[in-house]
Design a protein around this ligand. Sequence first.
Ligand code: IPM
Ligand code: MN
Length: 349
Amino acid sequence: MRTHKLAVIPGDGIGVDVTDAALAVLHAVAGRFGFGVATQGFPWSCAYYLETGAMMPPDGIDTLRSFDAILLGAVGWPETVPDSVSLHGLLLPIRKSFNQYANIRPHRPLPGVDAPLKTSAFDILCIRENTEGEYSGAGGRVHQGTADEVAIETSIFTRTGVERILRFAFDQARARRGHVTSVTKSNAQRHSMVFWDEVTRLVAADYPDVRVSQIHIDAMAARMVMAPDSLDVVVASNLFGDILTDLGAAIQGGLGFAASANICPDRSAPSMFEPVHGSAPDIAGRNVANPIAAIWSAAMMLDHLGEAAAAGAVMEAVNATTARGIGTSQGRNTTDEITAAILAALEAQ
Ligand code: IPM
Ligand code: MN
């Protein structure tokens, strides 16, 4: 029997609650579809930082490298560890070290979900550049604490980085409705975004079967609210994609539904799957977090591992659950209730 070796990092806050739910679903579906999952949990988190002085051990990245995939809950507990420390000590190094340059985030409302727009007729796949751009980490501060202080945060756009994320997006569009919308801001950012547009045109020439639109980030924010059905695959730089995918989460009904995959497309290293919502300290451990984003992320992981039938079954069970009004709005059901309903829907298939 084939067995997938998974590293599980529940992390902080509701990351723990929703990872438990996702694991229950994974184990249930594995049995049914004839594969095994061998999980190993890692306690890396802000609590771990307080104990050891680091978010993960020095050989953490090497340890993770031997796994087929990583399932992550959430990172961050700002009351005790600044986010700039916790994220740069765990989540961001994993994305960068494993060259997970494509962050895939689907935005579509599940049946029955209480979503804010009048229309539910949209299905957007956002492809966010995940390793460079505005979050390159390059920069510095001088004259700290004085009136002359300067802070510089340098955006880095490489031809390799821009071209590969655009190609990835065009490939995704080919497998969907054949339309890429490239998010830019070349009217104001005349170096990086003019370059981004040039590379978009170059890559587009290799995909004559894919329609391409270019839109500025500000106009895109309005478009996602006013006409989300005009979008198929959306490709954006790290910062733009970060912001737009919270907007995408909002129009699909909330962060409790927003799933994501950090993909290393050449498979030279493991990819990582995580809900977009973060650790939500205010509701941590109270059995109220919606596990659907984490379960949907686990379905994306199954797909990546070649278990498309199992992934489809999980999404079918999630759809059946929300269609019955379970997990459709904040506070309606507990984490355990939603998980149990999804497990029962799987069972009933
Ligand atoms: C996300 C998060 C992270 C990001 C933060 C926590 C660093 O907001 O996954 O969208 O910006 O990538
Ligand atoms: Mn974000």
